[in-house]
Design a protein. Structure first.
Length: 326
């Protein structure tokens, strides 16, 4: 093993193999170049004393410094992919993570995670708190908020959502389809409202939530069949758990024009969702209310449908053509 490391660090370094397949970056600079004995990049000196691999990166240690080698080969995962894994380590509710936690969640070597975290912090995409814990940076929030593809949809829906919130006095939320989930892009709540597991930027499976079921009912047949072929996560005794139940529920939604799920996520809550359409008539979002699971739940359907129709008309207004992308 040691000879292999030295081979990578020196013999190959003298030739072109390492320089062709790796980009190099300094970890620390040596004090001088006076004793350089092999064809290394500027500022290196001496034969390599050690070469250590982590996640496809090689750190070649010299007497007075070290060089980080990052693979350019197609078989190696790119630095960008690893940076994305770090950012995606943050889950809902995480206010700060240690580098060790990030490395564990991302599946990266701790040295690689530490290096990428520091670079992302320097760019403002991540930041550290007073205890040196890592969190999402303000710069990332700024860029995402400014360029969010759901911004126009949220702007069109918010006035009606606020009106609904005042009328119903319970949770009002807006969801879009993202893969096999419904992603909630906006949510309003109230003190004393019924239990609700969703949050902004939170997800739920398409089959289990009213917003997800509504969106799946109007999705292409291929996507419906993909969900129908998979195991369905169960939250309560009422949750749709078989392909037969799901197929029947999707047909009911298309026939009725709304989704009504009583006790599917929590026994005390009922989810009601109605479609929001873009100017071409395509369903692009679900406007939903989470209300107590009681006899009055169905009385909220009509007001939800009126609000969704108003959102759809707002999206068709000629001064906001960018909304047609949804």
């Amino acid at each position: 093993m040691k000879s292999d490391k030295f081979s990578l660090g020196c013999a190959q370094w003298r030739g072109t193999s390492v320089r062709r397949h790796y980009a190099w970056a300094w970890r620390s600079a040596p004090k001088s170049q006076s004793d350089a004995r092999c064809n290394t990049p500027p500022l290196t000196s001496g034969y390599p004393s050690e070469a250590v691999e982590a996640d496809g990166d090689w750190t070649v240690n010299f007497g007075r410094g070290s060089i980080l080698l990052m693979p350019r080969t197609q078989s190696g995962e790119s630095v960008l992919s690893r940076a994305v894994r770090i950012v995606e380590s943050f889950a809902a509710g995480d206010t700060g993570l240690t580098v060790t936690e990030i490395a564990k969640r991302s599946g990266l070597h701790i040295a690689t995670a530490s290096r990428l975290v520091e670079e992302l912090c320097g760019l403002g995409w991540l930041q550290r708190d007073a205890k040196r814990r890592v969190m999402i940076g303000v710069r990332m929030w700024e860029v995402v908020s400014r360029a969010s593809p759901t911004q126009g949809l949220r702007e069109a829906a918010m006035p009606m959502m606020e009106d609904l919130h005042g009328i119903i006095g319970q949770h009002i939320q807006l969801g879009v389809m993202e893969g096999d989930d419904v992603l909630f892009v906006e949510r309003l709540t109230a003190p004393g409202a019924v239990v609700n597991f969703t949050r902004v930027a939170g997800r739920l499976p398409l089959h289990a939530s009213s917003a997800g079921l509504l969106l799946l009912a109007y999705a292409p047949t291929e996507q419906q069949e993909q969900i129908l072929s998979k195991p369905l996560e169960v939250y309560t005794a009422q949750t749709i758990s078989t392909a037969f139940q799901l197929r029947r529920a999707l047909a009911d939604v298309r026939q009725q024009g709304f989704a009504f799920l009583a006790g599917h996520i929590h026994p005390d809550a009922t989810g009601i969702a109605v479609p929001v359409r873009n100017p071409t008539g395509r369903v692009v979002a679900a406007l939903a209310a989470i209300v107590p699971n009681d006899d009055s739940a169905r009385s909220r359907i009509a007001v939800l449908q009126a609000a969704a129709a108003a959102v759809s008309r707002s999206m068709a207004y000629p001064t906001a053509p960018h909304l047609t992308d949804f």
